[in-house]
Ligand binder design. Structure first.
Ligand code: NDP
Ligand code: HSE
Length: 429
């Protein structure tokens, strides 16, 4: 074993960073044995230097992250600050000053992954980010390496723990969205500002990263269709139950049937209770990967939290350190396929539509005609009438999102349709 240690700069020592530091210390001997050299925490960059940080030598703490990554003797920079800046500048500076990078930053990777990968390659460095998608669950490496010989057609999953906790609460207790969010906040799952989670931005960033790796194609954050889950109601859950379904916020990345394009989307969807994703409870994540040769694979586990996320960071750290010692770099970016990313309008799936309508002769026929005129085939219709009004629930066969949108627009223009109470996609059948 080499005795000279590999030097690690830790940028950020919050929920994830503090656990990375703890595991680096407590598992130091095992890590050294697995890597073939000891790893030394050479500096810890934070925003608040006076905060007490258990297990961290105060002499290592600095607020000058730039000076730390510019030192020239750092082998690996672990970026767990989050956000776009200063994380992006620090990572590029790290590459330019001889370090490889491990990051958990999905927002940055989804936005600037291509440029960061290009710089890493130019400088002969590694850029690893297993922790950026689904916390502890090994997903990036299986897609990038284990499935490198297969053809991935679909990645479908729950990649945000906060929203899964909220939806699970709504489903199991009948709570409304706000009540479930309050509980998620009180238990520390939801952040003070939960926008990134509940509006689907966090899951969309993860979908962009997954789709890019799965399909060897550049998928930007803007390419991902995104709908949050704030509009999901207790009534939607009641409707889902009647269909033998539950509701999950799903990230879905698909190759088109002809193989010529891909799509990536995040939105709430009904899934049958018999689908394995329906039983993913609390803040857990689970992702299905469907490939030509492997068939269906399911990855399941804790998608967030300090220690689980640090597990993924440490796995990357070991891999990057091993690469350093062997004078090599790991597999980089692969976007050779350059498949176009199709807009949401071209996505084909099933829909559950709840309408408030007048309860009088001919209304059902009128509604059915609108569906037929837009080429959307109806699978089932349920009607419940009360005092001259009725609630009509239509479930369609597979149709394109563009056809469905056209149908809904036309339905809104019917005098007999008082309102469109909800539209939800039905997946996983
Ligand atoms: P925290 O907010 O808990 O920690 C952020 C850390 O960065 C803090 O130590 C903070 O310092 C430090 N920091 C902030 N700004 C600067 C700056 N300008 N210079 C130096 N240090 C700075 O975030 P998390 O640990 O939760 O998240 C870190 C990353 O991991 C993010 O990219 C996140 O998306 C990702 N991630 C997080 C998961 C989780 O469950 N928390 C799961 C998966 C990924 P100070 O301590 O002084 O405030
Ligand atoms: N806020 C994210 C979640 C953290 O709830 O899943 C993990 O990326």
């Amino acid at each position: 074993m080499r005795t000279r240690p590999l030097k690690v700069a830790l940028l950020g020592c919050g929920v994830v960073g503090s656990e990375v530091a703890r595991i680096m210390t407590t598992h130091a001997d095992d890590l050294a044995a697995r890597i073939g050299a000891p790893v030394e925490l050479a500096g810890v960059a934070v925003r608040r230097p006076t905060k007490v940080r258990e297990g961290i030598d105060p002499s290592l703490v600095t607020t000058d992250a730039t000076a730390l990554v510019k030192r020239g003797d750092i082998d690996v920079v672990v970026e767990v600050i989050g956000g776009i800046e200063p994380a992006r500048s620090l990572i590029t500076t790290a590459f330019e000053h001889g370090a490889s990078v491990v990051s958990a930053n999905k927002a940055l990777l989804a936005q600037d992954g291509a440029a960061l990968h290009a710089l890493a390659e130019e400088q002969g460095r590694d850029l690893y980010y297993e922790a950026a998608v689904a916390g502890a669950i090994p997903l990036i490496r299986p897609l990038r390496e284990s499935l490198a010989g297969d053809k991935v057609n679909r990645v479908l999953g729950i990649v945000n723990g906060t929203t899964n906790f909220i939806l699970d609460k709504m489903d199991s207790t009948g709570a409304g969205y706000q009540e479930a969010l309050d509980e998620a906040t009180a238990l520390g799952y939801a952040e003070a500002d939960p926008t990134a989670d509940v509006e689907g931005f966090d899951a969309a960033a993860k979908a962009a990263i997954l789709a890019g790796i799965a399909f060897h194609t550049r998928v930007r954050l803007d390419d991902v269709y995104r709908e949050g889950m704030t509009e999901v109601t207790a009534a939607d859950f009641a409707s889902a139950k009647e269909m033998g379904c539950t509701i999950k916020l799903l990230a879905i990345c698909e190759r088109a049937a002809d193989g010529g394009s891909v799509t990536a989307r995040v939105h709430p969807a009904m899934i049958p209770l018999s689908h394995p994703l329906a039983s993913v409870r609390g803040a857990y994540n689970a992702v299905f990967v469907e490939s030509d040769a492997s068939g269906q694979l399911m990855f399941y586990g804790p998608g967030a939290g300090g220690a689980p996320t640090a597990s993924a960071v440490l796995g990357d750290l070991v891999a990057v350190c091993r690469n350093k010692l062997s004078g090599a770099t790991g597999p980089g970016d692969s976007a050779y396929a350059q498949l176009p990313v199709s807009p949401m309008g071209e996505v084909v799936t099933r829909y559950h539509i709840s309408l408030d309508v007048a309860d009088k002769p001919g209304v059902l026929a009128q509604v059915a005609t609108v569906f037929a005129e837009h080429g959307v085939s109806i699978d089932t219709v349920r009607q419940q009438g009360k005092d001259g009004e009725a609630s009509l629930v239509v479930v369609t066969h597979r149709a394109s999102d563009a056809s469905l949108n056209g149908t809904v627009e036309a339905l809104r223009n019917l005098d007999t349709v008082r309102g469109v109470a909800s539209i939800m996609r039905v997946e996983g059948e």
